[in-house]
Design a protein around this ligand. Structure first.
Ligand code: EPZ
Length: 430
């Protein structure tokens, strides 16, 4: 089974370039099927979730041409199916975006219900509430969501929960509904805005993305476009924490600093130096970093997808920190793994109380999910000795060339898939 093996203790130093945003790309790729004309999408991250999504788009009959590693041309005029295969939902949750895209374009969709995952139950009741409000007849049958609409008509919808997925999914369906849809209490993440901008580049009429209320005036049809995905806010934040936790000095390039404000604020609070440039941020870790408190919130609050990475950084800060996870109900599973490396963290419900320690020691740990896996790698790079992180398939879902980018910053890390190769690495690093 593939794993990352690393020897910690080296401060990470140098420059790293961030890829396109996975969570923007997943919405944009599904929205691309809403026109019968060619859509060219650039700056796609080459990660597993994106590649699975492209397979699913091809599976329902669209033409998908990989122009290069980060560019794809999609033409959905040949779609035959309004039903997405269960296999894809099991592999990526975001396949539920097919409901909004197919319902908007074909007034019909059949998509297996996404399972829960390691960070929480993750229901889609708000998505379904929106589809019903637009006139969709929504049924759950045989573990699938089946939606049909005679007509989609604009509606005034108030989300009970601020949900990225529901905001994007309902916005897609509403672009081709008749009349005005007002969507309230929406998610404001950069990737939500990116999907709205993409849809507008296809001729949609969406206003207010990035605020609490989005107004969508339905259009008859959408046309082709060329679009480049925004940089990944969470990948950028992960490398910012990598610099802090290893006391390094890293220039994170191809970012939008405004998207990183909550992360920058917290790294400044613990004593790091953070310098912002037009499209880069430089993070300089300090020998002694202070404790602070974090509460994850919808954007522009501190992102839940950065919670594990910040917790690892605070595990090696002086003093006691508190991290409150207010978005998902089960996002501290990795703390047990971190304890094997010598961290001192107590989890009570959705709060982690972190007593900073002076050192972590390498151990064999398991990645329980995507962001926690990345955080455990950061811990291994800061720990003394050798760490092995298993289940790295989670990490490869959302981080392109993760080990190569870290190696470029001086990290002693390799991806190995046998005990023999792991032994070779141990002998090499001594
Ligand atoms: C998106 O998930 C991201 N995934 C997640 O990133 C991210 O953690 C999350 O947004 C929050 O920012 C993608 O964009 C593919 P939500 P999503 O709907 O849309 C509850 C990563 O690491 N809720 O904003 O599924 C839900 O249970 C992944 O890249 C309902 O109750 O998240 C959660 O508590 C992990 N009913 C809260 O809302 C609904 O209908 C936020 O979920 C929908 C959500």
């Amino acid at each position: 089974m593939e794993q990352y093996i690393m020897k910690g203790g080296n401060p990470l130093v140098g420059e790293v370039t961030v890829s396109g945003a996975k969570n923007a790309a997943l919405g944009i790729l599904t929205a691309a099927i809403m026109t019968d004309e060619d859509v060219l999408i650039e700056n796609l991250p080459d990660v597993r979730d994106i590649n699975v999504m492209l397979e699913a788009i091809e599976e329902i009959g669209a033409r998908v041409e990989r122009v290069d590693r980060h560019t794809v041309r999609i033409n959905a005029s040949t779609i035959q199916e309004i039903s997405v295969d269960d296999e894809y939902i099991r592999r990526i949750r975001a396949s539920y975006y097919f409901i909004g895209a197919l319902l908007g374009k074909y007034k019909s969709a059949q998509v297996p219900l996404p399972g829960g995952c390691n960070i929480g139950s993750r229901p889609i009741d708000q998505h379904l509430k929106g589809f019903r409000a637009l006139g969709g007849d929504v049924r759950i049958e045989g573990g699938a969501v089946i939606v049909h609409a005679i007509d989609l008509v604009g509606s005034h919808i108030y989300l009970d929960v601020v949900s990225v997925g529901a905001t994007i999914n309902i916005m897609m369906a509403a672009t081709l509904a008749e009349g005005l849809t007002i969507l309230e209490n929406v998610a404001k993440e950069p990737h939500v805005v990116d999907v709205a901008n993409f849809l507008n580049s296809m001729g949609a009429n969406i206003k207010g993305a990035g605020t609490d209320t989005i107004r969508i005036r339905g259009v008859k049809k959408l046309h082709g476009t060329e679009y480049s995905i925004i940089p990944d806010q969470i990948e950028a934040g992960t490398f910012m924490c990598a610099a802090a936790v290893t006391r390094g000095d890293v220039m994170v390039k191809n970012v939008i600093p405004k998207h990183l404000e909550a992360i920058t604020a917290k790294l400044l609070e613990i004593g790091c130096e953070v310098i912002e440039f037009d499209d880069a941020v430089r993070v300089v870790g300090k020998p002694v970093q202070r404790h602070t408190d974090i509460k994850t919130l919808p954007y522009p609050g501190f992102p839940t997808d950065m919670q594990p990475q910040m917790t690892v950084t605070l595990a090696l800060a002086a003093g006691t920190s508190m991290v409150t996870e207010s978005i998902f109900e089960n996002r501290f599973k990795y703390v047990d793994e971190l304890a094997r490396m010598g961290s001192c963290i107590k989890v009570e419900g959705n709060v982690a109380v972190i007593d900073g320690v002076k050192r972590l020691t390498g151990a064999q740990v398991n990645a329980p999910d995507l962001r926690a896996g990345a955080a455990l790698v950061l811990a291994g790079l800061a720990a003394e000795g050798v760490t092995e992180v298993d289940e790295i398939g989670y990490i490869q879902r959302g981080y392109e060339c993760f080990e190569e980018k870290l190696q470029g910053l001086g990290a002693m890390i390799e991806k190995v898939d046998s005990e023999k190769d792991a032994q070779k690495f141990r002998l090499k690093v001594g």
